[in-house]
Design a protein around this ligand. Structure first.
Ligand SMILES: O=C(O)C(=O)C[C@H](O)C(=O)CO
Length: 280
């Protein structure tokens, strides 16, 4: 059921790795195919990352297939799920018969134990991030007005942006998943300045809404502060950030991105900030 498995990596593995090697280890591409639910499995906090593009017919979240002892049981038997509508049209997600209409950039948190998750809405595209869960939290739809907004950066530094926290304690409870949406102001291109690492959490960025979906790119920086590397990313690609790695980017246009974190805590502020001058 998974198109690819991404393994955990050690910072030493960044040395001498080719650009292609870097992409193979961290970049999640080709997330969308018409009428398909595409899923990738990562050993980073056991995240499952997915993309779902609706053609005409509804598409279900698949049941588990492995191991044999759980084959046929619901995907969310022991997981929770965050869903964002990343398209320009409305979409619908039905959870055990309850219908949620998601406008562009709306989010749906689905708690552990949901049995049937069905996606529909011609032309809608959904981005999915799922992590293991140890408790059931309430399924909830959140619009951008429900999120906690933080204004960061400045136009002078080309980093003016709004961080919208959607799935975090006090906004929408979850077992461990944290998710949000950051939107760059027109003319700004830098995200996550100053950069940071968080040893107790892994993070996955999904870049979308680049001005020109074909030609614009985001240069995403990763690695330890003293040994940074970059990946050139296209619209609607995701990148895994291990706990030892910074994660920041600069685009050739403004853009938006969804961040998803999981790990030992849900304290958004648990970050070691690095000064730009520390980066090499
Ligand atoms: O632009 C930013 O700054 C962010 O969106 C930062 C992310 O929320 C993040 O990296 C949280 O760890």
């Amino acid at each position: 059921m998974y198109r690819r498995t991404y393994y955990a990596t050690h910072p030493d593995m960044m040395e001498c790795v080719s650009n292609q090697g870097l992409r193979d280890r961290y970049l999640i591409s080709e997330l969308f195919g018409p009428g398909e639910c595409r899923l990738a499995y990562t050993h980073a906090e056991r995240f499952v990352i997915g993309g779902l593009a609706i053609d005409t017919a509804p598409v279900p979240l698949p049941d588990q297939t492995e191991p044999i002892s759980v084959a046929g049981r619901p995907f969310l038997e022991r997981r929770e799920l965050g869903i964002f509508n990343v398209s320009a049209v409305g979409g619908i997600v039905s959870v055990d018969g309850e219908r949620f209409v998601l406008a562009p950039k709306d989010c749906l948190y689905v708690g552990m134990g949901a049995r049937e998750v069905l996606f529909s809405g011609e032309g809608a595209r959904f981005y999915l991030a799922s992590t293991p869960a140890h408790r059931r939290c309430e399924t909830r739809k959140l619009g951008i007005a429900d999120a906690r907004a933080m204004v960061r950066g400045s136009a002078e530094a080309s980093s003016a942006r709004r961080i919208h926290q959607f799935i975090l304690p006090g906004i929408c409870d979850s077992a461990q998943l944290a998710m949000g949406l950051t939107i760059l102001e027109p003319g700004s291109v830098w995200n996550t300045t100053p950069p940071h690492i968080h040893e107790r959490r892994s993070e996955i960025y999904f870049y979308f809404d680049l001005n020109d979906a074909e030609r614009d790119r985001v240069f995403h920086y990763m690695g330890q502060g003293e040994a940074t590397r970059h990946l050139v990313m296209r619209n609607e690609e995701a990148v895994i950030s291990p706990p030892w790695s910074i994660h920041m980017g600069a685009g050739t246009s403004a853009y938006a991105f969804i961040w998803a974190m999981a790990g030992e805590n849900q304290d958004y502020e648990d970050m070691n900030l690095l000064d730009i001058c520390q980066l090499v």
